[in-house]
Design a protein around this ligand. Sequence first.
Ligand SMILES: *[C@@H]1O[C@H](CO)[C@@H](O)[C@H](O)[C@H]1NC(C)=O
Ligand SMILES: *[C@@H]1O[C@H](CO)[C@@H](O)[C@H](O)[C@H]1NC(C)=O
Ligand SMILES: CC(=O)N[C@H]1CO[C@H](CO)[C@@H](O)[C@@H]1O
Length: 336
Amino acid sequence: MAKLIGLTFVGLLLALYKNHQSSYQTRLNALREVTSVAPPNCNLVKGIETGAEDLEILPNGLTFLSTGLKYPGIKSFDPNKPGKILLMDLNKKDPAVLELELTGNKLDKASFNPHGISTFTDEDNAVYLLVVNHPQSKSTVEVFKFQEEERSLLHLKTITHELLPSINDIAAVGPESFYATNDHYFADPYLGSWEMYLGLSWSNVVYYSPDKVQVVAEGFDFANGIGISPDGKHVYIAELLAHNIHVYEKHANWTLSPLKFLNFDTLVDNISVDPVTGDLWVGCHPNGMKIFFYDSENPPGSEVLRIQNILSEEPKVTVVYAENGTVLQDSGRVCD
Ligand SMILES: *[C@@H]1O[C@H](CO)[C@@H](O)[C@H](O)[C@H]1NC(C)=O
Ligand SMILES: *[C@@H]1O[C@H](CO)[C@@H](O)[C@H](O)[C@H]1NC(C)=O
Ligand SMILES: CC(=O)N[C@H]1CO[C@H](CO)[C@@H](O)[C@@H]1O
């Protein structure tokens, strides 16, 4: 009898494990292969061969890019150099990238490890760039003022907070206030891996301002990219491992309430919101297994989705770009 119970128990554990294994594979979309989709005007921009983490396009076409992220568990193409912020002008026919000089004396440039970025333009048209930074595996938000003439970024401030232990991306709503997604990697890569493996959905979204900091949404299976609609009424959150884009209503007191979500057959990552049309451009990983188990012979692919009229009953979703990794690995970027 005891033996039977023992065997049943082992069977149960195996079943649980199998079940878990298959849910893990589903969450990572392990079986997905990519069919190429190439838009006509797509060119590879030179000078960002070591990868870009995030980009922010100003209404005038000037574009900031963060590059050189060192992230636990993910292959870095330039592990020994500090990260950079690049500038590119999308109005140019053949846009080149230029490295922005970081000025100010409080930022440690050697450990600069930029991740998500977001801009805020004030009423005097001053542009602030808020950058998620991971110096020594910590999470901070660095506030810079863009000096267009000098082509540099003046560092103004470093923001840290206990509710911001492991920031991934931010959406700025002021020079020092923002919504941020917390994954769990930098806080503790070991716990982060377990969280990811087991699907514990510990990830959340925090609103930060100098006078108030609060959790405004939680329970995500890896909250990743975040963006705000041009009218400022909605916040979009990419839930990487559940393959969802969530739409939240943003209230005057900065709290959020869930409105709807869209589900996709791809791991949704960076969100870029068109400042004019409000369309969402989403950089995605068709197959997550290929990122976390990197193999240069079979690299992770890229996919870019465009979502129009997201608030309507039937949003229009177009795959604008898809590629198996030969040209662009792990898209977080958008081409025009
Ligand atoms: C914030 O505003 C919303 C919508 O008006 C309201 O439902 C909610 O109770 C408010 N929350 C707080 C903490 O004041
Ligand atoms: C990716 O696609 C290209 C072009 O279709 C093909 O030559 C290449 O072998 C593919 N690579 C992989 C890893 O499937
Ligand atoms: C802010 C953010 O989520 N950035 C991600 C965008 O996509 C790149 C490439 O996959 C990731 O490395 C970044 O983490």
